[in-house]
Design a binder for this molecule. Structure first.
Ligand code: KG4
Ligand code: ZN
Length: 398
């Protein structure tokens, strides 16, 4: 790996005071200083040995139906462009993997060009290529990884195959600044509802629990279908729920009491809840009664967001973390945002949730995690990596 942009020299150190805040530091040999505090402990020699280097990362996301390309330089987002094939799926009521893969092939180069133009950088300015290697749909992932390999190989730059789910947390650093020493992550999307303990986003992530059946977004999409809402149901239920009474119907909270809770403190189960909603609707239909869709949406949303926030905040307390970071497509949900904020404040915990455009799948999340890996001095991935559709959440990179 070769890093060419030496921004500060020994003379600059004297002139600028402390140039080490912010930028990662490299030795002449290309070794990365893991933290600036290590470097300062080297006393007077640091100006001789270490260079602050500007690093530009290209991030490519294609795990599902969004082609996301972003550029991050020194922890700052330069551009983030997304193309989506979501509109294709409304008539099918769900994603068709074959259509998604083909759409990625078609949109990859135009999206890349748009991102480079927006960022004002050329391919030659890129220092490393990061790409989602899993989890996700096999065809979709393969398009992104193939594109990333081709770019990395042709540019002679390192490749970093990263974990999509951990990217959903990493993107928050671009918005809310550096992460604290440790935190709890809650990633809620169409495929995952997971609680993670994070020491370092680049090296230390542990899955504490996840869903035993449906993910939160998946449950929303299924209940959306049940209520006759367009696909994906998540945002429609969210909107409808705001018009309903969340106390009107109390739906069950899975794994939240007694032995179930003790055995599964950080796990979720939403399929029983989904069945309860289906039974409730069937009962009304049989009796010929009107279906109060807004109240059902509100009661259902309440049940899911109640369990998600409660378990994630319990994990914060259990692991001595004063920060909860929430990410993933479902974290766009307005009730989740509201409830997490209220409950965390009551427990003295800080909640960080990125703006909605960074909650759904995007390239910035990949570039951000790629930047954390490069600036953390982590080895790059081999050019022969494969995709991993069910990538382990304890694994940050391939
Ligand atoms: O992270 P994401 O974009 O893709 C996956 O990796 O799955 O998440 C998509 C999921 C879908 O299930 C969608 O219905 C859900 O996030 N979603 C929402 C909202 N916006 C998106 N669910 C509830 N409320 C929303 N506002
Ligand atoms: Zn996602």
């Amino acid at each position: 790996m070769e890093f060419t942009l030496c921004v500060w020299t020994q003379i600059d150190v004297a002139a600028r005071g402390d140039p080490f805040s912010g930028s990662p530091l490299f030795s002449r040999e290309g070794r990365v200083a893991r933290s600036t505090s290590n470097v300062s402990r080297r006393g007077g020699t640091r100006g001789l040995d270490w260079y602050a280097v500007s690093i530009t990362i290209l991030g490519i996301e294609t795990s599902c139906d969004e082609t996301g390309i972003a550029l991050v330089r020194d922890g700052e987002l330069l551009a983030d462009v997304t193309a989506t094939s979501m509109d294709e799926y409304a008539r099918y009521g769900g994603i068709i993997p074959e259509i998604a893969s083909r759409a990625h092939v078609q949109t990859m180069l135009p999206t890349l060009d748009a991102a480079l133009e927006k960022a004002g950088v050329s391919l030659q300015d890129i220092d490393a290529v990061a790409v989602t290697a899993g989890p996700g749909l096999v065809g979709s992932l393969t398009v992104g990884v193939a594109a990333a390999k081709a770019l990395a190989y042709s540019l002679g730059k390192p490749l970093y195959g990263i974990n999509h789910i951990i990217g959903h947390l990493a993107v928050d650093e671009l918005v809310d600044g550096p992460f604290p020493e440790k935190f709890i992550g809650l990633v809620v999307s169409g495929g995952h509802s997971s609680i993670l303990r994070v020491g370092s986003i680049a090296t230390d992530v542990e899955e504490l629990g996840g869903t035993l059946d449906d993910a939160a977004g998946e449950a929303f999409d299924k209940v959306g279908r049940l209520l006759g809402l367009p696909y994906p149901g998540g945002p429609h239920i969210d909107r409808l729920a705001r018009e309903g009474d969340r106390e009107a119907i109390r739906f069950p909270r899975g794994l939240s009491q007694g032995k179930d809770k003790a055995r599964h403190p950080y796990d979720f189960s939403f399929s029983g809840l989904k069945t309860a909603v289906a039974r409730y609707v069937e009962g009304l239909k049989e009796r010929g009664e009107e279906i109060p869709t807004a109240d059902i949406a509100a009661g259902f949303s309440e049940a899911i967001t109640d369990v998600l926030t409660e378990k994630a905040l319990n994990a914060c307390e259990d692991f001595g973390c004063d920060t909860l970071v929430i990410g993933g497509g479902f974290s766009a949900n307005s009730r989740l945002r509201e409830l997490a904020g209220q409950r965390a404040a009551a427990r003295g915990i800080t909640v960080r949730i990125p703006p909605i455009r960074y909650c759904t799948d995007n390239g910035a999340m990949v570039a951000s995690l790629g930047y954390a890996l490069v600036s953390g001095g982590l080895e790059s991935s081999h050019l022969d990596i494969t995709v991993d559709t069910s990538m382990d959440l304890n694994r940050i990179q391939m």
